[in-house]
Design a protein around this ligand. Structure first.
Ligand code: AMP
Length: 216
């Protein structure tokens, strides 16, 4: 299965991608995670990406497309993959079509997780992430998150720099201006499905399972 998770920042793309990746046994490819790991390791890519990410802007297409092209050519992607956070612009989506064509394949489905701006702003302000294992929590639903400790690996949780309210507003604007047009792009191709992202993560998972014909 070759899937793209679409949706605003904080809609739940990453959370659902982790669940689906385990269920379907295919790699979860998050361009945001790739950038954050490069920032943490202070690589040249990390230094470049940080300037954009910290302001809520997008990393330039040619940089991001190159990363995804290399990743999709790796052997573990041959049986399918879940892209989370890519594509985010029409040119990226067109590049992805070309990359997949070169690999002799195409997308099966694009899952658009719908969530209003108000819900997103509330959600991201309480989001905490593990800098070691990338697990994601919310202070409202997790006691460990309130204590600031990762349930998986015991590391100290952090708030992402770009989850501060001012940056979240910029990210939402970036989403509406540059990423939302992808909904029409994929609807025209007949591979778009929309699921509700404002309820619990489990509700969204159930809806996605139904769409994909999966059982619990
Ligand atoms: P995410 O974790 O998906 O919210 O990504 C965090 C940040 O990384 C975004 O706000 C962008 O600055 C950058 N980023 C992630 N994916 C992309 C992409 N496909 N194109 C450009 N920038 C990206």
């Amino acid at each position: 299965m070759r899937l793209v998770m679409l949706g605003a920042p904080g809609a739940g793309k990453g959370t659902q991608a982790v669940v689906l990746s385990k269920k379907l046994q295919i790699p979860h490819i998050s361009t945001g995670d790739i950038f954050r790991s490069n920032i943490k390791n202070e690589t040249p890519l990390g230094k470049l990406a940080k300037q954009y990410i910290d302001s809520g802007a997008l990393v330039p297409d040619e940089v991001t497309v190159g990363i995804v092209r290399d990743r999709l050519a790796e052997p573990d992607c041959a049986g399918g993959f879940i892209l989370d956070g890519f594509p985010r612009t029409i040119p990226q989506a067109e590049s992805l079509d070309r990359i997949l064509e070169e690999l002799g394949t195409k997308l099966d489905m694009v899952i658009d997780i719908y969530c209003s701006d108000d819900v997103i702003i509330r959600r991201l302000s309480g989001r905490r992430v593990c800098p070691e294992c990338t697990a994601v929590y919310h202070v409202r639903t997790s006691e460990m998150a309130r204590q600031g400790i990762c349930e998986n690996c015991g590391a100290k949780l952090i708030q992402r720099e770009d989850d501060r309210e001012e940056t979240v507003r910029n990210r939402l604007k970036t989403y509406h201006d540059q990423t939302e047009p992808l909904i029409g792009y994929y609807r025209e191709k007949g591979i778009l499905v929309r699921v509700q992202g404002e309820g619990s993560a489990a509700d969204t998972t159930a809806e996605i399972y139904q769409v994909l014909g999966l059982t619990e």
